[in-house]
Write a protein that binds this ligand. Structure first.
Ligand SMILES: Cc1cc2nc3c(=O)[nH]c(=O)nc-3n(C[C@H](O)[C@H](O)[C@H](O)COP(=O)(O)OP(=O)(O)OC[C@H]3O[C@@H](n4cnc5c(N)ncnc54)[C@H](O)[C@@H]3O)c2cc1C
Length: 295
């Protein structure tokens, strides 16, 4: 029977390392246990959210007044079958990449720079280096309290860093269609992409990836915030990366509120200097209050 825990601290499930406790927390290991958790939440009137590797997540310091799920067991496994990678929604991209490389299947190399899970990738159509989940996703099994369905990328509404999924809809499994490629070539591509990433972004700091989506502007979000003089700007224990201005680092003892204050400052400066309203890419969990822009 599925164990429901109370008051589990969520900071350790995020790459930034901030955030408070979940009112209820469970680690379903199968679709049946996942359904059990979702029915429990429905009966208790609790909101549901899933955490992957917490690599695109800012959790409120007050925590989350609902049921938080972390997929485990069978829902975090992955295997290659023919030209398909079949994975649980909680499977780490890094492990999936290892399996595809070993099987001589190419097309997933771009994910070497994305430290999340397959389910988290579906949620926001993760992507890098000209590819994304939408390009390789054959279908995903979405489980909710009122039923389950396999959905294609189109049915999930995948577009730039966006899907139409809502909390309470859990990606339990994914199938990626890949193409045969020699393992040596895959290895070279990965090494090249990782070197590019290391040269441009903070890879050894606690961050949650890109803070803002790139605006429709000649400057990327990072270049714009850099031009606003924000590199290295610090509030409390959080600072805008001195290396890449679209990253916020936990400089030691950050709280989520510090990161939010930095985001508010960055949005204000980008608006004042460029008239651009930056939209956050990071997902919020719990009552995270990013103030509206004063125009
Ligand atoms: C150093 C660094 C570099 C990064 N580079 C990139 C990049 O190049 N490209 C890019 O796209 N992203 C990048 N990211 C952001 C992040 O890794 C991706 O968004 C990733 O897909 C998030 O996956 P996750 O499992 O960590 O999801 P989480 O951060 O845990 O969750 C993100 C959202 O997905 C939801 N979610 C998670 N799992 C599920 C599930 N099984 N079912 C339903 N909803 C779910 C959560 O509720 C939340 O709303 C980077 C992050 C870091 C820290």
């Amino acid at each position: 029977m599925l164990k429901i825990e109370q008051g589990v601290e969520l900071a350790r499930f995020t790459t930034l390392g901030t955030g408070g406790p979940a009112r209820a927390f469970a680690r379903p290991e199968s679709v049946e246990e996942l359904e059990e958790a979702l029915h429990f939440a429905r009966d208790q009137g609790l909101e549901v959210a899933t955490v992957g590797l917490g690599s695109n997540l800012l959790v409120a310091d007050d925590g989350v007044d609902g049921l938080v799920l972390k997929l485990a067991g069978d829902l975090a496994q992955s295997e290659v079958v023919g030209e398909l990678l079949i994975a649980g929604g909680g499977a780490a991209n890094a492990v999936c990449l290892h399996r595809t490389r070993a099987a001589g299947l190419g097309g997933f190399e771009f994910a070497c720079a994305i430290p999340g899970t397959t389910g988290g990738g579906v949620w926001m159509n993760a992507g890098a280096y000209g590819s994304d989940w939408a390009a390789i996703l054959e279908r995903a099994l979405v489980v909710a309290a009122d039923g389950s369905a396999w959905r294609t990328a189109e049915e999930l509404g995948l577009s730039y860093r966006h899907s139409e999924l809502r909390h309470g809809q859990v990606v339990a499994r994914v199938e990626f269609r890949l193409t045969p490629k020699p393992a040596d070539e895959i290895k070279v591509t990965i090494a090249d992409l990782q070197a590019q990433r290391k040269a441009a972004q903070p890879t050894n700091k606690r961050t949650y990836g890109s803070v803002f989506k790139n605006p429709e502007h000649e400057l990327s979000a990072g270049r714009m915030l850099e031009a606003c003089g924000l590199k290295g700007h610090r509030i409390g224990g959080a600072q805008i990366s001195p290396r890449h201005a679209n990253f916020i680092e936990n400089a030691g003892d950050a709280r989520s509120a510090d990161a939010v204050a930095l985001m508010a400052e960055a949005r204000r400066r980008a608006y004042d200097e460029y008239g651009v309203e930056l939209e956050h890419e990071v997902e919020f969990l719990g009552a995270v209050d990013l103030p509206a822009l004063t125009k």
